[in-house]
Design a protein around this ligand. Structure first.
Ligand code: BGC
Length: 537
């Protein structure tokens, strides 16, 4: 029997698998768009032509100035962090888009918004450039939520983790591509130095938007909108089975029944996302919001955004190469990670990953403040200590890439019941971007040395000691995963719904195994419940 989109069946046919891969690959371009866009700005604002076009002219010698042009600190933080403001609102926009025009057309609209933002960034006026960043951010934010939503609603249950995980892989590939393109154009002496890396983003949007137009709409969304004929057609395409086949029929019955049970609770407003009824909406919403927040609190973007400057300040001379190595480790280990999700399980991977990252961060912090210390009179760079630092940063990235990187998106895509899925996912993704912004903004104040003079800033100057903080937050990630994350490996979205209604978090793996052993579905469960009620009358 074919596993199909919802996967009430046991296996998965080759044709269905091929179709899932096509669907996942197109949708994954959303990840490339996300990773590439966040990865370009740092390089663009350091380019000579960009600085002469947008920077401030000064006759005084100023650190970091190129051709007497520099970017003042407030403008730098504006142009870098304004994207996160856009992405935050874009993630919130994903709910009306995903529920009103649908997952498929929502993604196409997000691509149009993104292209508008990219187009504006090709202009040579500061205000247009900044507005372009915000608008592109809105597109990225909406895409970052709608892609995993679409993927999890359309993939067969047995490989859902792998398919949504491919989105994370695409994010890392996007960041890697950004590094390569920036490196190739950075020495050009015309506007094309920065316009080329920015304009390349049209390609990602065209592939994603164009591909989505050819793909079927999510059958779950169509049933949610009571469009049974279209849902049947979409399921038949996704499952590669005739529209009137028993497999398609069973799938429709299962999704409709779970939807009906939710509708009986009549709870699908934003307030209802925070109410605990029989289906534990509030618990699920907080799980999504906190999970995405904790993903950022692992400290990953400290390395991604500030890696180069951090390595330099730690006395590592070829810091640029180290950050390319970090990018490559991130991409390669994500390839390993996506294959583990449906084998090892979500909960277990998060627990192992949190523990692994925690140990690495404490080792980096301890080595950094002892053997690796570079400040103080006569302190020399300790080469073996530097190597240990780099090695443990790579181990840390490897743990992230095989756990919290992909798994956070997989879980966010599967824990919400259909009636509040778009709202729950958009709140969770917005939390990711809010923390992303907060950590990105606060990091220089935590890590860098204080500066004096009229524009001087007082900072905490933690330097490598900041890894004690990341170590502690990773320990919190472990406890969060232990108490909040259920094991959902191999279950259909409707079975997950049932699991949240019927099981505790700690006992979720046992309940899951029982469900799989008895091939428990929403439909069976409801009819057993009805029989029980009858026998009690
Ligand atoms: C995170 C991003 C991060 C990226 C790194 C994503 O899952 O949400 O903030 O930059 O992984 O690979």
């Amino acid at each position: 029997m074919a596993g199909g989109a919802g996967g009430t069946g046991e296996g998965i046919s080759t044709a269905s698998l091929a179709w899932s891969i096509i669907m996942a690959s197109f949708a994954a371009f959303g990840g490339i768009l996300f990773g590439y866009d966040t990865g370009t700005i740092g390089g663009v604002i350091a380019m000579e032509d960009w600085l002469t076009t947008f920077g401030t002219f000064s006759t005084e010698p100023i650190a970091g100035a190129v051709n007497n042009h520099y970017l003042a600190a407030n403008n730098k933080s504006l142009v870098v962090s304004i994207l996160s403001a856009g992405t935050f609102f874009g993630a919130l926009l994903a709910f009306p888009l995903g529920d009103m025009v649908g997952r498929k057309w929502g993604l196409v609209s997000a691509c149009v918004i993104f292209c508008l933002g990219v187009g504006l960034q090709l202009d040579v006026h500061w205000a247009t450039f900044v507005v372009g960043r915000v608008i592109a951010g809105v597109g990225v934010g909406a895409v970052s939520c709608l892609v995993p939503m679409y993927q999890s609603e359309c993939s067969p249950k047995s490989i859902r983790g792998l398919i949504v995980g491919l989105y994370q892989l695409a994010i890392t590939i996007g960041a890697l591509l950004a590094t390569i393109v920036l490196n190739a154009t950075k020495n050009q002496h015309s506007h094309s130095a920065w316009r080329t890396p920015i304009a390349i983003q049209f390609a990602w949007a065209f592939i994603l938007g164009g591909g989505m137009m050819l793909l079927p709409e999510s059958p779950r969304y169509l049933l949610y909108k009571d469009n049974l004929p279209a849902a049947r057609k979409a399921l038949s395409r996704l499952m590669t089975r005739p529209e009137d086949s028993p497999e398609v029929e069973a799938e429709i019955a299962e999704i409709s029944l779970a939807l009906e049970a939710e509708r009986q609770l009549a709870n699908n407003s934003y307030i209802d996302c925070f109410r605990n009824t029989a289906n534990r909406n509030s618990f699920r919403t907080w799980t999504g919001i906190l999970l995405q927040g904790f993903q950022q609190l692992t400290g990953i973007n400290f390395i991604i955004y500030y890696g180069t400057t951090f390595f330099l300040s730690a006395g590592i001379t070829n810091a640029f190469i180290v950050s390319i190595i970090v990018s490559v480790v991130n991409t390669c280990m994500t390839i390993v990670g996506v294959q583990l999700i449906d084998r090892v399980g979500r909960r277990r991977l998060l627990l192992i990953g949190a523990l692994g990252m925690c140990v690495c961060e404490f080792i980096i912090a301890i080595v950094g403040v002892t053997a690796g210390k570079t400040t103080g009179s006569g302190a020399k760079v300790n080469i073996p200590a530097q190597r240990v630092l780099i090695a443990f940063v790579c181990f840390y990235i490897a743990f992230f890439a095989t756990s919290w990187g992909p798994v956070a998106w997989v879980i966010t895509g599967e824990i919400f019941p259909l009636a509040i899925r778009a709202k729950g996912m958009s709140l969770s993704t917005a939390s990711n971007w809010l923390w992303n912004f907060g950590i990105g903004y606060a990091t220089p104040y935590l890590v860098d040395p204080s500066t004096t003079g009229p524009t001087g800033i007082k900072t905490a100057h933690l330097a490598v000691k900041v890894f004690f903080i990341w170590g502690a937050t990773c320990a919190s990630c472990f406890f969060f995963a232990y108490f909040f994350i259920a094991e959902t490996k191999g279950l259909s979205l409707e079975q997950i719904d049932l699991l949240y209604r019927e099981s505790t978090i700690i006992g979720s793996n046992k309940y899951r195994q029982k469900m799989l052993a008895e091939n428990e579905t929403f439909a069976h469960h409801e009819s057993d419940k009805a029989d029980d009620e009858k026998s009690h009358v």
